[in-house]
Design a protein around this ligand. Structure first.
Ligand code: ADP
Ligand code: ADP
Ligand code: ZN
Ligand code: ZN
Length: 750
């Protein structure tokens, strides 16, 4: 069969410079290039967006009006598109009732299996569903958790009742609620709670049967003596939360903890469902097993009526194992999965499907994967291709780029300096003749550091037991760059995000979450240079600075400074239309008559950071622009809404605002996400600058270039899940290479 192509002509979304390219069908095409070069603009904003739009066109108007709208991308033509399925790192969504088992349908098959061959037979498969009234635990309604008062939060045991030992507002000293206790005559009101006897504690927390006489102005009154715990439960926890005000609920939130449901022990299920077993296991025990283990148990079921279900379950479980997710359990709540894990779960859902001639689009699927596991991901991508699908991947990882049938390199630089196709061809061609940055970096990697900095102190994590951690006590050096490594599921996030941050809450987390949700913020407002710019305009033109703000006096009156009009449509996604009055410029016309060195305020907002560095002389402005340049964001325009930044860009703009602070502790989780190999060098420079300023930098990372440049490595493992949770190595990268038990060491050596 002759090779077919998807042909794109004249693409101009965002920074794309009228690019044309062709993508071979039923092959793997990897898109590379520095961050901000235009990869997403081609793959997501042009190809995938057009495929979605064409698909929507095939529906009736009734359905179409209920789907999100995709405007036509700025492109002359796209021929030969297939239906697109985007597999990204967005979280799977769902609520506390969604588990890995429910969203993959594996739990539904397991329920069917139990309803057919479980002993004793208890009923249809919905009896095993914790989301069905017939199956759920009546105590917790299938959530597995119960809300409890957290006494550690409620009581300050270093204080007496008179000193305000009860922290909840209605029990403040002098309050009528507290007088129930202080006037009861049961307590020494000046005794610290820490000195209470067992009996006093019981009385305070659980009260006493029968009435108690209290003195009062109008003579003694009789009242129940209710303990603090019972009172709190009655007033706040057992009440229907809709009866409480928002403000009260917010208060209450600070005093409660989520404990395990005492009836179902967290299994979410009714006692009848739990009593049903296959080969000695009930369905909750199966859901709590790690995937690899569960697969063995399922394969051991020999009842002939179960054969079909056993085959289907074990095949799908194997897909999860192949994806490197064998350490997860079916009972794991989807809201707790990381971005990389969510993406791999989505991938598994599609592998079971028999659709062919689809177009699968992946956004950096290697995120969160240890070099050891990248080949499994590659295997899955090839499997999708071999089933007759077109696979498009945006990726920076050398090993993933390595399996491409076709490489499209976008560049040469970022933003306005990019937006062109600088190389198209095979991986071999990229290696041997590619003069592009990607070509160069495919041929060389970062050397190991020669001198490792000495720590200025140690921060200890003591007896960490979160998730799979096995009572870990480990020192994190101060004043150096520490990289935490290990295969997915080994416990890196548990150690750093849960254990370290709970013991060292002053640490600052620099992550990839959105910088700002306001559509009015942009790099100029975020860094504060907008204020300086407005003052300059005001001084030169003898006007007030607020005139030069689209959030204030200068705003176009019709769109109130947004540049577009947002029409809210009751049943559909609202639509944005360009504001006719200001033509998207956001300012009133008369503001634009005032100039600074010949430029209008809108011209200034259209400048890139680099152009602005040329334009401004003022020291304060230049310094802040320089930090944006330092973090590799020189291509952003001053007015680009922050809501359009990618996760990696958000992380870097946050870094920029921290660069000059001193002596802090920073935590970063895979900061190389979204970064081209050539950008990783800049990132390392920045992390080193933080260290030089006296800060401690702790990074969770799989990128070998970053690992080689660390001062100190903490390697977790050896495996994921129950097979992990230990520190298998601590030391310098040079020592790591010779460490016997470290998988990471083998890869660092190369
Ligand atoms: P990559 O995927 O290679 O990192 P992108 O395609 O996301 O690059 O971005 C290319 C350029 O277009 C960057 O300068 C980016 O800031 C800009 N850009 C991306 N999305 C938008 C948008 N919605 N509005 C304006 N500029 C954007
Ligand atoms: P890593 O960061 O090295 O990928 P994690 O710390 O995320 O590893 O996971 C370590 C183990 O803890 C895994 O078995 C994982 O499934 C489990 N785990 C992580 N987060 C949660 C959670 N919120 N609830 C239950 N188990 C979790
Ligand atoms: Zn329960
Ligand atoms: Zn307007």
């Amino acid at each position: 069969m002759p090779q077919e192509y998807i042909r794109i002509r004249g693409a101009r979304e965002n920074n794309l410079k009228n690019v044309s390219l062709q993508i071979p069908k039923r092959k793997i095409t990897v898109f590379t290039g520095v961050s901000g070069s235009g990869k997403s603009s081609i793959v997501f904003d042009t190809i995938s967006s057009e495929a979605q739009r064409l698909l929507n066109e095939t529906f009736t108007a009734f359905v179409r009006n209920r789907l999100p709208r995709h405007s036509q991308p700025d492109v002359d033509a796209i021929e030969n598109l297939s239906t697109a399925i985007v597999i990204d790192q967005k979280h799977l969504g769902g609520n506390s009732r969604s588990t890995l088992g429910t969203i993959t349908d594996l739990y539904a098959i397991l329920r069917l299996l139990f309803s057919r061959v479980g002993q004793p037979f208890v009923g249809y498969s919905n009896v095993f569903s914790f989301n069905d009234p017939q199956g759920m635990c009546p105590e917790c309604q299938g959530i597995g958790k119960k809300v409890e008062l957290d006494l550690n939060k409620l009581l300050d045991t270093t204080k007496s009742l008179n000193e305000g030992a009860v922290r909840f507002p209605i029990f403040s000293v002098d309050s009528w609620y507290l007088k129930n206790y202080t006037l009861s005559g049961f307590f020494d009101n000046d005794k610290k709670l820490a000195d209470y006897s067992e009996a006093e504690w019981n009385l305070l927390l659980y009260g006493k049967e029968g009435k108690v006489r209290f003195p009062s102005k109008g003579g003694p009154v009789e009242s129940d003596f209710e303990g603090l715990v019972l009172k709190f439960n009655r007033l706040y926890i057992e009440r229907d939360s809709s009866e409480l005000s928002e403000r009260t609920l917010n208060h209450v939130k600070n005093f409660i903890a989520h404990g395990t449901c005492p009836l179902c022990q967290g299994t979410r299920l009714s006692q009848a469902a739990l009593s049903c077993r296959i080969n000695g296991y009930n369905i909750a025990e199966c859901a709590a097993m790690e995937i690899g283990e569960l697969r063995k148990v399922i394969m051991g079921i020999t009842a002939p009526v179960a054969a079909g279900m056993v085959a289907s379950l074990s095949e799908r479980l194997q897909h999860l194992v192949d994806m490197g997710l064998d350490y997860l359990t079916l009972s794991r709540e989807t809201t707790t999965l990381s971005g990389g894990e969510s993406q791999r779960v989505k991938m598994v859902r599609h592998l079971g499907s028999s659709l062919t001639d689809m177009m699968y689009i992946f956004d950096e699927p290697s995120v969160g994967l240890h070099p050891r596991d990248v080949h499994r991901l590659n295997g899955m991508l090839m499997k999708l291709r071999d089933k007759g699908n077109t696979v498009l991947v945006v990726e920076h990882d050398r090993d993933v780029i390595g399996i491409a049938d076709h490489v499209v390199d976008v560049g040469p630089n970022a933003g306005t300096g990019g937006g062109e196709i600088v190389f198209e061809g095979t991986v071999e061609q990229l290696h041997s003749q590619g003069a592009t940055l990607t070509g160069q970096y495919m041929r060389r990697c970062m050397p190991m550091k020669e001198h490792f900095r000495m720590p200025t102190g140690q921060m200890r994590i003591t007896d960490a037991n979160q998730h799979n951690l096995k009572n870990v006590t480990v020192d994190i050096p101060e004043g150096v760059l520490t990289v935490v490594t290990g295969v997915a599921g080994s416990g890196k996030s548990s150690l750093i995000h849960h254990a370290f941050l709970s013991q060292h809450p002053e640490a600052v987390v620099i992550d990839q979450s959105a910088v700002s949700t306001s559509i009015r913020s942009n790099p100029a407002t975020y860094t504060g240079i907008m204020d300086d710019i407005r003052r300059l305009f005001a001084k030169v033109n003898h006007q007030s600075p607020s005139l030069f703000s689209f959030n204030s006096k200068g705003a176009c009156p019709d769109c109130r400074g947004l540049g577009f009009i947002y029409t809210d449509l009751a049943f559909m996604e609202g639509i944005k239309t360009l504001c006719d009055t200001c033509d998207g410029r956001r300012f009133k016309d008369d503001v634009l008559e005032y100039k600074l060195h010949g430029k209008m305020i809108t011209d200034v907002l259209d400048m890139t950071v680099l152009q602005a560095l040329d334009f401004f002389e003022k020291k304060e402005i230049r310094q802040r622009l320089a930090t944006l340049d330092d973090v590799g964001l020189h291509y952003l325009t001053l007015g680009q809404p922050l809501s359009t930044l990618s996760g990696g860009e958000c992380q870097r703009i946050k870094l920029a605002s921290e660069l000059h602070k001193q002596g802090k502790i920073y935590v970063m989780d895979e900061p190389t996400t979204g970064l081209h190999m050539s950008d990783v060098g800049h990132l390392l420079d920045m992390m080193n600058r933080l260290v030089v300023n006296g800060s401690s930098v702790i990074v969770i990372e799989h990128n070998l270039d970053v690992i080689r440049q660390a001062d100190w490595i903490i390697d977790l493992g050896p495996e994921g899940g129950s097979g992990g949770g230990r520190v298998v190595f601590e030391g310098t990268p040079a020592e790591l290479i010779t460490a016997e038990h470290s998988l990471t060491g083998k890869y660092v050596k190369g």
